[in-house]
Each structure stands twice: as structure tokens, then as C-alpha cells.
Write a protein that binds this ligand. Structure first.
Ligand SMILES: [Zn+2]
Length: 154
């Protein structure tokens, strides 16, 4: 018998561990899917641009099918948790800016030297925190006119 994995299990499997930042990516990826709605055409691609490389982008590789291999996941390192989503063929960018308080919280989680057990507890606490936040406390969402493009390879 084969029991299908939940989207969360698929994401954790791919990412290789459970952490608060993958939980953050999971929520943003799902919100983006909801806001973007249906693919405009069957050959339309979902492009994701992240302004920091973090665990969060792995959720977008699974849920939004934006992958580094195909160049549809673009990472521009500006050390800021902003994630933009765009369907090729559309004229809309869906922009999610993670709340300052959330970034601060994530940064503060593992600052001290922690025993493995304490670390695990912090991880659970962090994941629960991310999943319990109201969407408007988690991030700011904007729909802006424009396109993302796949960077051309040299
Ligand atoms: Zn992680």
C-alpha cells in the first residue's frame, strides 16, 4: 500500500531537515500559489526570485516547481527575506516581504550554544511560531505590475 505524502512531508523530505525557515518558505509558497491562481497557459512557468539564499527556497522548489536547475529559481543575495513570484505570460509579480519581527525572531533562535536537545526544542518552537502567525503578521503581500525574467546564461 502506498500512502501519499502530504505537501509538508514532501518539502521536509526534499530539504533534509525540519527548521523554522523551511516552515516560513512553506507558508509563503502556499500563499503565493493561492494569490497567483491558475497557470495562465499550460507552458507558463512559475519564476521565483528570492533576495536571500535561505532554507525557505527549498519549499518553493517543491511547491511552486521553481528550480535552480531550470533557472526558474533566481537568488539575488541582498540578505533580505523578500520573495517574488511570477507566471511567465502574465504581467503580475506577487511580492512577499517577511515581517521584520519574524526575521528577528528567526535570527535570535540559535544564538547561544545549545545542547542537541535544547536545539531540537527551539526548532519545534520556531516551526510552531511560524505556523501559528496570522498571514499579515508573517509578511506583507503586494501585487505589482511587471515581469520576472530568467537570467540569460553566458
Ligand atoms: Zn532548513
Amino acid at each position: 500500500m502506498c500512502i501519499e505524502k502530504t505537501p509538508w512531508e514532501q518539502v521536509i523530505d526534499f530539504h533534509g531537515h525540519t527548521c523554522p525557515t523551511i516552515a516560513l518558505g512553506f507558508r509563503i509558497a502556499q500563499m503565493a500559489q493561492r494569490e497567483m491562481g491558475m497557470r495562465p497557459t499550460s507552458d507558463s512557468l512559475c519564476l521565483v526570485k528570492a533576495y536571500t539564499q535561505s532554507c525557505a527556497v527549498d519549499a518553493m522548489q517543491i511547491l511552486n516547481k521553481a528550480t535552480t536547475g531550470r533557472g526558474t529559481l533566481i537568488i539575488e543575495e541582498e540578505n533580505t527575506h523578500i520573495y517574488e513570484f511570477h507566471f511567465t505570460g502574465s504581467q503580475e509579480i506577487h511580492k512577499f516581504t517577511i515581517a521584520f519581527e519574524v526575521v528577528d525572531y528567526l535570527d535570535s533562535l540559535y544564538t547561544e550554544d545549545l545542547s542537541p536537545r535544547a536545539r531540537q526544542n527551539k526548532t519545534l518552537e520556531g516551526v510552531q511560531y511560524i505556523f501559528s502567525l496570522e498571514e499579515d503578521k508573517l509578511c506583507q503581500y503586494e501585487k505589482i505590475a511587471g515581469c520576472l525574467t530568467i537570467p540569460t546564461k553566458n
